[in-house]
Design a protein around this ligand. Structure first.
Ligand code: HEC
Ligand code: HEC
Length: 265
């Protein structure tokens, strides 16, 4: 190879290298930077990191309901879903994600999650002709009618009083009720938990879908089992509890104990 050709090849190579490099040496190449958490707009990452722990991988359900449920998405609109994601549900484990509510996600990220839950997991038209109940209750429910509805539609699986049965867990249990909102009870009665074998509002009694009013009433009946101090192993009428309450109010043991705790603080 003669000297001239050698140089021109080098020059061509140099040009190619230069034109291929858009950023100066030492700087990361385009696309190789790690995004700051509030810049992530990829649905899979956002859902995986923030939601899947409770709502399941791919939204298929976990401790909390499946969001990849076309029946749920046929009933809940974007406004309802967005509101829950942004503000959470007070008194339950559903956290608030909007920065305005103390969360970590931007409005843009919440919009990506809300819109893609629908675009990926809904099946438009799935409830055509099904006359679906409304997402939110339209009236206050009636306990007594709710009990009748419970016996008709639910007792076969959840037991005669909601204490749990062969096919469904305890749903009048005070600890369970303390951690779930009335809306969520309604949602679950409407959509069921398909991933766990719980029927939707049409399937409890084959051929006899629940009416909107029956759903409202059964939720009122369930909610009537809420108690002031959920999760207490004893009640005031329990003699053992009364004994210990008397002992501690008259005895010095309690005072000493409290003092000890105060000193430890
Ligand atoms: C720590 C657990 C947890 C995490 C994390 C979580 N959720 Fe929830 N979510 C819940 C629970 C529990 C409920 C039911 C709350 C209630 O009782 O109303 C719920 C309810 C909801 C609802 C309303 C369901 C209805 O009845 O309409 C939506 C929508 C929702 N979550 C979306 C999300 C999304 C999206 C994320 C991630 C950005 C997320 N959740 C993260 C636990 C969680
Ligand atoms: C064919 C049996 C069956 C019928 C009928 C049925 N359920 Fe269920 N239900 C289930 C199963 C299975 C689950 C999911 C596993 C569990 O929690 O027991 C469930 C879950 C639930 C949950 C959620 C529990 C949780 O852990 O999140 C509620 C609330 C509930 N059912 C209420 C009702 C009500 C109210 C009715 C009547 C309107 C009803 N169910 C009718 C089988 C049934």
């Amino acid at each position: 190879m003669n000297r001239f050709r050698y140089l021109s090849v080098l020059a061509a190579l140099g040009l190619t290298l230069l034109s291929g490099c858009s950023s100066p040496p030492g700087q990361p190449r385009k696309g190789s930077e790690t995004l700051a958490p509030n810049e992530v707009l990829e649905f899979g990452t956002l859902f995986g990191q923030n939601c899947a722990g409770c709502h399941g991988a791919e939204g298929r359900g976990g401790a909390a309901i499946a969001l990849a449920d076309p029946v749920y998405l046929g009933i809940a609109d974007d406004a309802a879903i967005r509101k829950v994601i942004a503000n959470g549900v007070h008194g339950t484990s559903m956290p608030a994600f909007a920065q305005s509510a103390g969360g970590m996600l931007t409005d843009k990220q919440i919009e990506v999650i809300t819109s893609q839950i629908r675009s990926r997991w809904s099946r438009p038209g799935i409830l055509n002709g099904a006359n679906p109940p409304s997402y939110a209750a339209k009236s206050t429910g009636d306990n007594q009618r709710g009990e009748v509805a419970y016996k008709t539609y639910c007792a076969s699986c959840h037991g005669t009083t909601g204490q749990g049965g062969p096919k469904g867990s305890a749903i009048t249990n005070d600890s369970f009720l303390a951690l779930i909102s009335d809306q969520e009870l309604r949602t679950v009665v409407i959509t069921g938990r398909p991933e766990l074998g719980a029927p939707d509002w049409r399937g409890n009694v084959p051929g006899k879908p629940m009416s909107d009013q029956e759903i409202t009433d059964v939720v009122a009946w369930l909610a009537s089992h809420r108690v002031q101090d959920p999760g207490q192993p004893y009640s005031a009428s329990n003699p053992q509890h009364q004994d210990s309450a008397e002992n501690s109010s008259s005895g010095q043991l309690r005072e000493g104990h409290d003092l000890g705790r105060a000193a430890n603080r």
